[in-house]
Design a protein. Structure first.
Length: 247
């Protein structure tokens, strides 16, 4: 019986040793990066960043990307992150996104992927972003003809290779018979549409830091179609950019 107990104890010690070895044998890489404004070069604090360690299975048309590990980390006051992630081998790559809704990433490229050598560099990675700032555009029919008056509005950015200017809300004060019910989608993004002789609305959008917005609108009144375009509107940094369309 004594011998049996000794054997059991030895087996337990070996199992613990094997288990601890398997944990210690896992490979981890320190990931250091800094999120900065692409426009000002200043650090962006409090930004949520998704870091993925990935690899590819297969080749050509039959290839697929899979995740080895992932982590969401928030930047500190200096816009910095220092964390560790598990990896399988040095052929893995690291894909990093800023997932904060108030920040626009993908400024330099549509996918922010880095090779293992870049991660191992003594110099922290730099991820360039642009902040979003609010824009409010009032649209008002001050010279109505009849209830079939129509206006559609479109937006775009200048100053970045990422042209989208997200529209997230329209506030209506007038009695609009068809507010934003059939938006069209094109290179300029969503185009709000109104059909009414009593349009009085505010469009709430977001515009990128360091960019200029341009607005175009098409008015149909008494069967005649007219198209207008604004000058370039500089984005107000850390504030609201205002514009009025009176038709």
């Amino acid at each position: 019986m004594k011998k049996l107990c000794v054997k059991i104890n030895l087996l337990l010690i070996c199992a613990c040793f094997v288990s601890s070895c398997s944990i210690d044998d896992d490979s981890y890489q320190d990931v250091r990066l800094r999120v900065i404004s692409e426009f000002t070069g200043e650090p962006v604090s409090g930004a949520e960043v998704l870091i993925l360690v990935q690899d590819v299975r297969g080749s050509g048309l039959f290839s697929s990307t899979y995740d080895i590990s992932r982590k969401i980390v928030r930047t500190d006051d200096n816009g910095s992150i220092d964390t560790i992630l598990k990896y399988e081998n040095t052929n893995n790559f690291f894909t990093i996104y800023v997932i904060d809704e108030e920040i626009c990433t993908d400024i330099i490229a549509h996918v922010n992927s880095f090779f293992f050598e870049e991660i191992q560099s003594e110099i922290p990675l730099e991820l360039k972003v642009r902040k979003y700032f609010p824009m409010e555009v009032t649209v008002k029919n001050i010279n109505p003809f009849d209830e079939n008056d129509r206006i559609s509005v479109s937006f775009y950015h200048v100053g970045s290779n990422y042209h989208s200017a997200p529209l997230y809300h329209i506030e209506h004060r007038g009695d609009v018979s068809e507010p934003y019910t059939t938006p069209s989608v094109g290179i300029d993004g969503l185009q709000p549409l109104w059909i009414s002789d009593n349009v009085d609305s505010t469009i709430f959008k977001r515009v990128q830091e360091g960019t200029e917005a341009r607005i175009s609108w098409t008015v149909t009144r008494n069967g005649e179609v007219s198209t207008f375009e604004s000058e370039f509107i500089p984005t107000v940094q850390d504030g609201v950019t205002y514009y009025e369309i009176n038709f």
